[in-house]
Design a protein around this ligand. Sequence first.
Ligand code: ADP
Ligand code: F6P
Length: 320
Amino acid sequence: MRRIAVLTSGGDAPGMNAAIRATVRYAISQAMEVYGVERGYEGLIRGTLKKMDSRSVSDTIHRGGTILKTARCPEFNTKEGREKAYEVLRAYGIEGLIVIGGDGSYRGIKDFYDDFKFPCVGIPGTIDNDLAYTEYTLGFDTAVNNVLDAINKIRDTMSSHDRACIIEVMGRHCGDIALYSGIAGGAEAMLVPEIPFDIDVLCNNMKRNIIKGKVSDIILLAEGVCDAAELKEQIEQKVPVSIRTVKLGYIQRGGTPTMADRLLAARCAVKAVDLFKKDNGARVVGIQDNKIIDMDVAEALSMERVFDKELYRIATLLAQ
Ligand code: ADP
Ligand code: F6P
C-alpha cells in the first residue's frame, strides 16, 4: 500500500498526538505517504485532508488533545455520508485509513468496511478504557494521573477542615477511571456503574472511619452512577460530617501524556501501519499481556467488557 490517511475521532485523549506522530514517521520509513484528515469523519466527508511529513508532527509528542482536531459526526452514521467519505478517499488515491478513537469511531470503521471493503485499522484512543478487547486505551493512564493529582490537592484542603469530599470523574459507562485512581489515590470509596452500591454500607463505613479518627474521606464517583449533590445530602443525613463535591470534568482529558500513553501510542501505530502491508480488512490494534495484538473490528465490538472485580475487591479492602 502506497498512501494512507489518519484521523482522530470522538472524545480527544492524551496520546493521540503521539499516535499520529508515530503513524506518520513509521509509515514514511516504510515508503508510504500519509494524509492527515482534520476533524475526524467530518473532515473525511468534507475533504479536509493534508499531506503530512516528518516535520508536520515535530514538537507534538508531549501535547495533549489532537493536532488533527476531532469531531462527533452524525452524518457518518448514514450510508450517504459514508459514500461521500469514500469518494474523497478515492479522489486522493488513499488505500487505507487509520482511525484513532473509541467504540463509536470503531462502529464507523465497521460500517465503512461493510459498505466499501475499504481497509481500515483502529487505534484505541479514549480516556474511558471501555474497549473490551484491549487492556488499555490511549489517554486512560494520563487521565488517571490527572485524577491522582486532583485527589492529592483536594485531600490537603479537606483534611485541614475535617471535611469529606465526593469527587466525580469521567468514564461514560465504565468505572475504570474511578477504580484505578481510587486505588492509587487511597480513596475511601469508589462508586462505579458496574457494581451497585448500598448507601447504608457507604455511610456505615464512613461512621466507622470517623470512630477510627478518619474524617476526610474521599469518595470517587464515576459519572452516571448518581447525582453528586443528592448523594452528599443523603450521606450528611446519616453521617456527622460536612461534605464538599467536586466535578473534575475536562481537566481529566487534557495535559501532557504519560510515558505509558506515549509508549502505547508508538507501539499501536507501528502495528497499525504494518497491518496495511497485507490486505487485512478492518482491524483494530490493542494491548494484551503487554503484547500488541490485532483483531477484526466486528469481533472486537462484539466482546463484552469484563470489569475487574478482583481489583475492586482489593480497592475495597485497602480503603478500610
Ligand atoms: P468515541 O469514538 O470516542 O466512542 P463517539 O461515540 O462520539 O466517540 O463516536 C465518534 C464518531 O464515530 C461519531 O460521531 C460518528 O461519526 C461515528 N460513529 C459512531 N457510531 C457509528 C455507527 N454506528 N456507524 C457509523 N459511524 C458511527
Ligand atoms: O469518552 C470520553 C469522555 O470524556 C467521557 O468520559 C465523557 O462522558 C464524554 O467523553 C464527554 O463528552 P463531551 O466531550 O461531548 O462532553
